[in-house]
Design a protein around this ligand. Sequence first.
Ligand code: COA
Length: 332
Amino acid sequence: MFGIEFIGTGSYVPEFVADNNKFSEFLDTSDEWITPRTGIKERRILTDKPNYYMGVKAAEAALENAKLDAKDIDLIIVSSCSPDFFYPCMACLIQKDIGAENAACIDVNSACTGFITALDVAQKYLATDHYKTILVVATEKLSAQQDYTDRSMCILFGDAAGAAVVRRSDKEFYSMLGASGDDFEALYCKINYQSNCPFFEDDAPFYNNRFDTHAKKNYLQSDGHAVYKFAVNAMNKAVRNVAEQSGWNIEDIDLVIPHQANLRIIKKATEMLGVDPDKVYTNIQRLGNVSSACIPVALDELNRAGRLHKGMKICFVGFGAGLTYGAIIMEF
Ligand code: COA
């Protein structure tokens, strides 16, 4: 069993800050409602550039941190559920700007679980020895998928990107990925193809008219209560699974970096697991939910603050649309 080593980390958050009070200017909401229910005080919004711009910035920061040239990268794996193009993949767009001409490029989309998925894919590729130096990027512009007249959802999300350069190591690494496609309607964003194909008919009957396939295309739709319930159980299940694989006790984990969807979800899940709250890192207060970018941005913040030490046992855990979930437990 091969593990992975983080050679460098990077992140990027846009300059524009939308605090809770800014939302009260155009919505019937308030800081008094948002903060106690979500933990979010403010989030960043990329107002004038495409998503991949953030991925490029985070990737450049990770390469600088790793003291590597972009030409040293042989594979780029990008996680994004808010891509700028149907194709090319985000990895190709990032490759172009950073000049990683020797890299193969692939995207993964398991929504907010995406960084865990991408890191797991990287570990598998590294284990085959086919690729030596992999750049993993998660870049998300969730602001582009929000209906800013829907106060229940748009207040939750923001934009950011995180990146890590990884190589194979002998350190321990255990992962699990899970999915419950049956529950996809709890959280989705349907593509609005604007085809003028004269043979097309309404596809609502295909979906048994179970949800509105017309009115809110291109907007994130969610049943917040269903996701909340799923998230708490999924995080619990995923962490217990990787802990069991590793043979480590949950108390042995030095640091937990969870997906940042709601502070109450994080508190409830980690409480059920018996994790010391001091070992759980959160940045949702400043960034909101930035989907798959939550975990790598947190990782970079901790790295730059000098809070990551060799030999630490780190746990990443997340969940998201799909519904998907997953966890990694590894030696840093
Ligand atoms: N401001 C003011 N009032 C709001 C509001 C807002 N931003 N959003 C909802 N409300 C209102 C609702 O309309 C409702 O009013 P009503 O009782 O008159 O109908 C009331 O507040 C309670 O709403 P409810 O949905 O029960 O609140 P909640 O405490 O369950 O919190 C979420 C809602 C969305 C914050 C919570 O369910 C959640 O975080 N779910 C997970 C969603 C998520 O993270 N999805 C992505 C995962 S990757």
